[in-house]
Design a protein around this ligand. Structure first.
Ligand SMILES: Cc1ncc(COP(=O)(O)O)c(C=O)c1O
Length: 381
């Protein structure tokens, strides 16, 4: 039946978005890979090529230096043991599945990513939320964790895990992990920090934040080609999280033996020096972010979430774009169109009420160009 398949679409697959554009999508900015990683990917693009010198398990491979890399990663994150996973979501699931018992409660923030909920559901867990403060900050108050824990304990519920989204994907709010970790520790519960939007962009030292587990995302924030993540843990949880199979004693059960191989792990390794270096410039990134907020609020955008910004993901209410959309014949698409003409992408097509954007990793010149372009569009449309 393959004669009915049109194979032309598989020839010359090109990225539709266009790699030459300045991409403002917050989920893309931390995943742009440096040239040296592109070369490494080419070397290891064939199927099982990282397994040429298999050490019995992915984290034991010495050529390429995956084993050493994971030790270095643990040092960078100020944790004890690290493993590659397919993403932050899988890291979270692995912790939940190995640490909690079916039916246990996870206490998590209301700003948590959908993948936290899906991971809990897959691990057959219940949850209780620490509510955010609502419009306009949507702030998570660490003290809220105490109240939710108290309530669950009073009701006789089993709490298996405390989970915090270090930086959420809706508002880019950075929550005080150290305080939440201290509450978890004082109450005797393990603490998982979802670092999908923090590790690789900004400095994160797990133990200093009282974390027992860090869930990190290579493709979102560590300049890697996806799908790849890191799970970093404290020694004391190794027996549970990294337990091995009865039938295949070298293989770790939660990793199904081995996780992300090939281009993803190689790009994460090749980008490691780059991300270790770039987190030192976090203050400068915050300056750029605050500059964007300051400039665009002058033309009628309104930043929501915590002010001033402590992370590069910016969410704006944009009534001024919405007004233009009412009269422009392109309707909501005018903004996307106009940005594209100026070589800027990553703002969702058709949206004008609210936008999310990031200028993480752009030069000051590019940041100014983005701001000037948006101002020009608003003035002239
Ligand atoms: C806060 C947050 N957590 C987790 C994820 C998922 O990360 P991954 O794709 O590495 O599983 C995302 C992705 O958007 C996110 O924003």
């Amino acid at each position: 039946m393959t004669e009915n398949i049109n194979f032309d679409k598989y020839k010359n697959i090109k990225r539709h978005m266009g790699r030459e554009l300045i991409d403002l999508n917050p989920i893309q900015r931390g995943g742009i890979i440096p040239v040296e990683s592109k070369k490494a990917i080419y070397e290891y693009c064939d199927g099982y090529s990282v397994c040429d010198y298999c050490g019995g398990r992915l984290d034991k491979v010495e050529t390429p230096p995956i084993c050493e890399f994971l030790n270095d990663m643990s040092k960078f994150l100020n944790m004890d043991i690290s493993r590659p996973t397919h993403g932050a979501r899988e890291s979270k699931f692995i912790v939940m599945h190995s640490i909690c018992n079916e039916g246990d409660y996870v206490v998590l923030d209301e700003n948590a990513h959908y993948t936290s909920y899906v991971a809990m559901e897959r691990a057959k867990l219940n949850y209780a939320e620490v509510k955010n403060e609502g419009y306009p900050t949507y702030r998570i108050n660490p003290e809220g964790y105490k109240e939710v824990i108290d309530k669950l304990e009073d009701e006789g519920k089993n709490i298996g895990l405390i989970l915090l989204t270090h930086v959420d994907g809706d508002y880019g709010n950075l929550t005080d992990a150290k305080k939440v970790g201290k509450i978890a520790k004082d109450r005797g519960y393990p603490f998982l920090l979802n670092c999908a939007y923090s590790v690789g962009r900004m400095p994160v030292k797990g133990k200093k934040l009282n974390a027992d587990f860090l869930a990190c995302s290579g493709h979102k924030s560590m300049a890697a080609s996806g799908p790849i993540g890191i799970l970093s843990i404290r020694d004391e949880f190794a027996d549970k999280v990294l337990r091995t199979s009865k039938t295949h004693p070298v293989k770790e059960i939660e990793m199904l033996g081995c996780t992300s191989r090939g281009a993803p792990i190689v790009s994460l390794m090749a980008s490691f020096p780059h991300i270790v270096e770039r987190v030192n410039h976090w203050d400068e990134e915050i300056k750029k972010t605050r500059f964007v907020v300051h400039e665009l609020e002058e033309i009628g955008f309104n930043q929501i979430g915590i002010k001033p910004k402590e992370h590069d993901l910016i969410k704006f209410e944009t009534p001024v774009l919405d007004e233009i959309a009412q009269k422009d014949k392109r309707r909501g698409y005018f903004f996307y169109d106009e940005l594209k003409k100026r070589g800027i992408g990553g703002i969702r097509r058709g949206t004008t009420k609210e936008i999310k954007m990031s200028v993480y990793g752009l030069t000051w010149e590019q940041v100014e160009y983005v701001v000037d372009s948006i101002k020009e569009i608003v003035e002239n449309c």
